[in-house]
Design a protein around this ligand. Structure first.
Ligand code: ADP
Length: 174
C-alpha cells in the first residue's frame, strides 16, 4: 500500500491545490493532505479554519484524508508510515525552493521520496497570496477557488477591514 502526504499551509486552499491533490490521489492508495501550522508564516485563517476548508474541498475523493499537523513533515511521515511527499511545481522559482527542501528532507529521511507534480496550465499563476490579494480588494476569485472558499475569504477581509487591522498579504511566499 502506498501512502503519501501532500503538505501545505492552504491559506486558503485554491483550485491549483485541489488539482494536485486529485491527481496525486490517483497515483497512490491513500493521500493524506496535511495542513500545517507553520510558525514562520502569518495566516489569515486559523489552522482549524484552513483544515475545515480543505476537508470541504476534497470531501468527494474517497482515498484522501485531511489532517492537521505541526512539526517536521518527515517526522510525521515516519510516525504514520508514509512513503512519499507530494508537492506541486508552478514556475521556475518554485523549483529552487522545492529542490532545496526535497534534498533537506531526503537527508533527514532517506526512505521518504518526494513526488513533484507539475501544475496544470490553467493554474500556473495561482497562489494563495494572489487569491488573498484579489479578495482583499473585492476582486473576483470565482475562477480560482471553490465558492465556499470565496465566501469566507470576503467575510474575513470585511472583518479585518472593520477592525482596521493591517492584513498580511504579499509578505509571505506561497
Ligand atoms: P507551502 O507553505 O508549503 O508552500 P502552500 O499551501 O502555499 O504551502 O502550497 C502547498 C503546495 O501546493 C506546494 O507544493 C505548492 O508548490 C503547491 N501549489 C501551490 N499553488 C499551486 C498551483 N497553482 N499549482 C500547483 N501546485 C501549487
Amino acid at each position: 500500500m502506498i501512502r503519501a502526504i501532500f503538505p501545505g499551509s492552504f491559506d486558503p486552499i485554491h483550485n491549483g491545490h485541489i488539482d494536485i491533490a486529485c491527481r496525486a490521489a490517483r497515483l497512490v492508495d491513500e493521500l493524506i493532505v496535511g495542513v500545517y501550522d507553520q510558525p514562520l508564516k502569518e495566516f489569515i485563517f486559523s489552522p482549524e479554519e484552513r483544515l475545515q476548508l480543505v476537508q470541504e474541498a476534497l470531501k468527494n475523493t474517497p482515498n484522501i484524508i485531511v489532517v492537521g499537523y505541526s512539526g517536521l513533515t518527515v517526522e510525521y511521515c515516519r510516525q504514520n508510515n508514509i512513503q512519499a511527499i507530494v508537492r506541486g511545481l508552478r514556475v521556475f522559482s518554485d523549483f529552487e525552493f522545492e529542490f532545496r527542501m526535497a534534498l533537506a528532507n531526503h537527508r533527514l529521511a532517506p526512505n521518504v521520496e518526494v513526488i513533484a507534480l507539475i501544475t496544470s496550465e490553467a493554474h500556473t499563476f495561482l497562489s494563495s497570496s494572489t487569491v488573498r490579494e484579489i479578495a482583499s480588494l473585492h476582486g473576483d476569485v470565482s475562477s480560482m477557488v471553490p465558492d465556499f472558499v470565496a465566501k469566507v475569504l470576503y467575510q474575513r477581509f470585511d472583518e479585518l477591514a472593520a477592525r482596521k487591522s493591517i492584513t498580511p498579504l504579499m509578505i509571505n511566499r506561497d
